[in-house]
Design a protein around this ligand. Structure first.
Ligand code: MG
Length: 357
């Protein structure tokens, strides 16, 4: 078939002649023939499919070096390479989204100086008990400067080595090791370690088969605060008297609610409301979610296992958190409410206040 001029080829594949010359220089799309006298470039019609692929990949923003790799792969490998590229882009976008929401919130409060943000100071009270029904306590709680967390273990684990405690331990250790960098980056590394730890322990020890844990944690460093979450333990924020749930339950019932297939009333009494769709266990495919959260002085946080948020109505939790200034007293009152409600499950929680200067 006759060769196409650079202009005709450019029009057909929707790349500019200038781009075609660049791709020739880079060896990405050399012309079929270059006239030795005029230097004029000619392209073969068979080159159109490669040129269109280059144009599409430029359209999704793939760098030229990577496009060159993709173009030289057989279709199934090229498809896997494009999927891998896009997964990486989505991670980058998620990180930028977090930064953007931080900036939007920060600037909307009229604060333009971000270098001089005061380091966060928190005080907290924790509570953990077996409840009145369960024989063992598989809930764990962690509290130290920079890291507060609760984890609700499940499965046949014995009380001495339970995945919930292991997960919080692993988070504390990995977080401390990785903490020199930016908080979110450090936490992302840390939660991968945590997922690995739980996966390994519940795979290697037959006594722990089928065990796992939820994990909800608050980590802070300097003026930055972040949330780690997987499962159905919850993080709440009391701000300006209003109690807001910060985490999304990874439960079957929550998925049905999200899809509009259940009403909130039906969800509250659903027989399968304990079924988790995500947690830390041997078969878990993804580590817990990590996201930044913009804290303010006066904020009060509650991290709790479902041993608190299922039996005790939310308005009672809110009333205690809003009325009791001292976190120790608030925690003691919440523990009392759990026992009044029959304490059907293990319970672990942390009440934490962000202090002003
Ligand atoms: Mg529980």
């Amino acid at each position: 078939m006759a060769l196409l001029t650079i202009g005709a080829f450019a029009r057909t594949c929707r790349l500019s002649p200038k781009a075609l010359r660049l791709y020739d220089d880079l060896g990405l799309l050399p012309p079929a023939k270059i006239d030795p006298l005029t230097g004029y470039r000619w392209y073969a019609p068979e080159q159109l499919s490669r040129a269109r692929l280059v144009a599409w990949l430029r359209g999704v923003g793939m760098p030229l070096a990577r496009i060159a790799t993709v173009c030289d792969l057989p279709p199934s490998d090229a498809s896997a390479e494009i999927a891998a590229y896009w997964a990486q882009v989505e991670i980058e976008i998620a990180t930028r989204r977090e930064l953007v929401s931080f900036l939007v919130e920060h600037l909307s409060r009229g604060e333009t100086d971000m270098t001089d943000t005061a380091p966060l100071r928190l005080r907290w009270a924790t509570h953990r008990d077996r409840g009145l029904v369960r024989e063992r306590n598989q809930d764990a709680v962690w509290a130290e400067e920079g890291l507060l967390g609760v984890a609700d273990g499940f499965g046949p684990a014995t009380e001495t080595v339970i995945p919930s405690t292991a997960a919080l331990n692993a988070l504390a250790v990995s977080h401390a090791v990785a903490r020199t960098g930016a908080l979110l980056e450090a936490l992302r590394t840390a939660v991968e370690q945590v997922a690995d730890t739980v996966r390994t322990m519940t795979t290697l020890d037959p006594a722990l088969a089928g065990s796992g844990t939820t994990l909800t944690a608050l980590a802070w460093s300097g003026s930055e605060l972040a949330l780690v979450h997987v499962g159905d333990s919850r993080a709440y924020l009391l701000r300006d008297g209003e109690l807001r749930q910060l985490t999304h339950d990874d439960t079957l019932v929550q998925s049905l609610l999200d899809e509009g297939r259940l009403t909130r009333e039906e969800a509250e009494s659903h027989p399968q409301r304990m079924i988790l769709v995500r947690a830390l266990h041997a078969g878990a495919t993804a580590p817990p979610d990590v996201r930044s959260h913009s804290a303010r002085p006066g904020d009060r946080y509650l991290l709790c296992s479902d041993g608190l948020h299922i039996p005790v109505p939310l308005n009672q939790i809110q009333r205690v958190l809003a009325n009791q200034v001292d976190p120790e007293i608030a925690a003691a009152e919440l523990a009392e409410l759990v026992h009044h409600a029959g304490a059907p499950d293990n319970v672990a929680f942390v009440v934490a206040d962000v202090l002003s200067e």
